[in-house]
Ligand binder design. Structure first.
Ligand code: SF4
Ligand code: SF4
Length: 223
């Protein structure tokens, strides 16, 4: 015997039962504790702190331990690192290295780690179990910015002069991983985009001046 089709009221009852079944599933979740976490600001522990020490996040340099040897700059295959350092005579008459620039352009970096490998200064960052180098990866991984220029991290503020650390054989203590990077990122977000816009504007005006200067010569050629 074939099953008879429900009538008008039968369809209404079936639809109502289906809605109630769905709502019962939803209601059962209302009283259960949440299993999701509101990322990134309400995690019980900051996410970078949950990553392993060897995680290759954004790079930083500890300027208090850097000896300005420039090995990292030389060995970077892409040219992400730019260091300016000069030898000067100190008050005691002895030569000393003064750094005026230590920039890392993270927009070009491929996270190969060659700069870290080449660094000769062994450091022990506060809170770490393993030693690292004066230049090292952090566990910071969120590098999103509004402007590409903000990815150039300047570990020496333009105009400042930093005396290079004396090279030593033993492992030297360094600041907690990520502090120098956060400072550099904050400065990069405030100053770099403005500085790059100014440099671009300056370059364009230079081109305009060159074209303006070249115009009479072009007329002379036309004759
Ligand atoms: S990780 Fe590699 S690409 Fe990035 S700065 Fe270091 S050497 Fe250059
Ligand atoms: S970070 Fe290391 S390799 Fe780079 S200049 Fe400083 S001491 Fe030399």
């Amino acid at each position: 015997m074939s099953q008879s089709e429900p009538g008008y009221f039968g369809v209404i009852v079936r639809a109502a039962r289906s809605v109630i079944d769905g709502l019962a599933v939803t209601m059962s979740y209302v009283f259960r504790p949440p299993i999701t976490v509101q990322y990134p600001d309400r995690t019980p522990v900051p996410v970078p702190d949950t990553l392993p020490e060897r995680y290759r996040g954004l790079l930083e340099v500890d300027m208090e331990t850097c000896g300005a040897c420039r090995a990292c700059e030389r060995d970077c295959p892409i040219g992400c690192i730019r260091i300016d350092a000069t030898k000067e005579k100190g008050a005691d008459g002895k030569p000393r290295l003064i750094m005026t620039r230590f920039d890392i352009d993270m927009s070009k970096c491929m996270f190969c780690g060659l700069c870290v490998e080449s660094c000769g200064t062994d450091c022990q960052c506060e809170g770490d179990t393993e030693p690292s180098k004066a230049i090292h990866f952090t566990r910071e991984f969120e590098g999103v910015v509004d402007h590409q220029a903000q990815l150039v991290y300047r570990f020496i503020r333009p105009g400042d002069r930093v005396m290079a650390a004396k090279p030593v054989k033993e492992v030297v203590p360094a600041r907690r991983r990520g502090i120098a990077l956060r400072e550099a990122r904050r400065h990069a977000q405030v100053y770099n985009a403005l500085a790059f816009a100014w440099a671009l504007d300056h370059e364009q005006h230079k081109d305009d001046e060159t074209v303006a200067g070249a115009a009479p010569a072009a007329k002379a050629d036309d004759k």
